[in-house]
Design a binder for this molecule. Structure first.
Ligand code: C6P
Length: 408
């Protein structure tokens, strides 16, 4: 089951980078964005060197090659999440755009004043603000599944909220702050029982866990390539065919149409109906290469490795006097360790760690309401991926002791 970590680290050239002379980077910020293996970098490079052309438009060799690379990446992504067809995978810019697509297209077609949307207190801003905007426009109601002290969703309250017959339930599969892996299949099943449509923010789950659309039965599922070894600028929205077919287009323009007259248009079939304009073609190729890479390493093995590193990290961090960790125990979470250090601002922690090449993120991590809930403005956050090691955790721990010394 174990990963050949030395071999894996060789795939990521940036991990050799020195951020200061003699100081090699210790990258503990994959929750913000992951590093990219050479297989992804080269796939995109090769595309630009050999095959660059616009897609779905030309009959020449390069155009056909580019189209086939773009579409075969979609097939790989569909297979990776076990969608029943690649038509159910829409390319977007990222998770944020995927959720906004649902709010604009499905939301505006299906939600009216007084309709209830259930979210959770641990959502990233990208699964809050689109609904705030729709609330201002449509007068929908928002309710939130509370987060317990130990960082879990309070499913008893969820049950009570379901009595109010929500139209939509939208929640994160894995929290980017607490690391909590939510019982997605159960939340989805409970939502379906009262007739709600269920959208899942998979930004943090798809990169780290094996997700299966057939088992989960989500109606919509959103994720980003850049958090799963792929490039920035591209993400995906999975949607069940029947729902996607029923939705109006999101953006209008080239490629999303079947026919245009001066005063009307007919939308294209899925998935193109939701992909207006020239898309991120090289990025799609990189996305496909990232999925190939993760599949070759094996998602179960990645999850097991991350679990081992995270468990070790939580144990070691807990031993440091003044460190307070947020979120549940390692068996209920992914590779995220958000913490505060008594008497030191999280930004100062991150800045001092950076002097030793240790990259962690500090701030509210685009989850301000969650931080408010815990009564803090910010946390420092270390996060782990397939290329991280226990030795890097040790460097983090030594770094935190150094911060403590500096702040007396
Ligand atoms: N979280 C973090 O440092 P985009 O930016 O669209 O690719 O992903 C948005 C997003 C949505 N949901 C969750 C759970 C997320 O973690 C993120 C991105 C990064 O935590 C950047 S703020």
């Amino acid at each position: 089951m174990t990963l050949d970590i030395e071999k894996i680290r060789k795939d990521f050239p940036i991990l050799e980078r020195e951020t200061r002379p003699g100081v090699r980077v210790t990258y503990l910020d994959s929750t913000a964005t992951s590093q990219k293996p050479v297989q992804v970098i080269e796939a995109m490079n090769d595309y630009y060197r050999r095959s660059n052309a616009n897609i779905h438009r030309g009959v020449h060799t390069l155009a056909e090659e580019a189209t086939s690379m773009y579409e075969s990446a979609r097939e790989k992504i569909a297979k990776f999440i076990n969608a029943s067809s690649s038509r159910e995978v829409i390319y977007t810019r990222n998770t944020t755009e995927s959720i906004n697509l649902i709010a604009y297209s499905w939301g505006r077609a299906n939600l009216k004043t007084g309709d209830l949307v259930i979210l959770t207190e641990m959502e990233h801003h990208s699964n809050l603000v689109p609904w705030h905007m729709l609330q201002a426009e449509r007068g929908i109601e928002l309710e939130f599944i509370p987060v317990t002290e130990d960082g879990l969703l309070d499913l008893e309250t969820y049950k009570t909220l379901l009595d109010r017959r929500p139209k939509l339930v939208s929640f994160t599969h894995m929290s980017n702050v607490l690391g909590t892996i939510n019982p997605a299949a159960e939340i989805i099943r409970m939502g379906h029982e009262v007739g709600a449509v269920v959208l899942v923010d998979g930004a943090q789950s798809v990169p780290h866990l094996k997700v299966d659309m057939q088992t989960l039965d989500a109606d919509f599922y959103a994720f980003s390539a850049h958090k799963m070894c792929g490039p920035t600028g591209i993400g995906a929205l999975y949607g069940k065919t029947v729902l996607l077919e029923s939705m109006p287009p999101f953006l209008g323009g080239g490629d999303m149409i079947k026919e245009v007259k001066l005063r009307s248009f007919r939308p294209n079939t899925l998935p193109h109906k939701f992909e207006a304009g020239t898309p991120a073609i090289a990025e799609a190729v990189g996305f496909g290469a990232a999925v190939d890479y993760l599949s070759t390493v094996g998602m179960e093995r990645i999850a097991a490795h991350e679990h081992e590193v995270t468990e070790y990290a939580l144990d070691r961090l807990e031993e440091i006097p003044g460190v307070k960790l947020f979120g549940p125990s390692a068996d209920k979470k992914g590779g995220v360790a958000a913490f505060t250090l008594e008497g030191v601002h999280p930004h100062d922690v991150a800045q001092i760690l950076d002097q030793d090449g240790i990259a962690v993120r500090a701030g509210h991590h685009c989850a301000q309401p969650l931080h408010e809930k815990f009564g803090i403005p910010a946390t420092s956050r270390a996060s782990f991926y397939l290329y991280n090691t226990k030795e890097e955790v040790d460097l983090l721990v030594s770094g935190i002791y150094k911060v403590k010394e500096m702040f007396g």
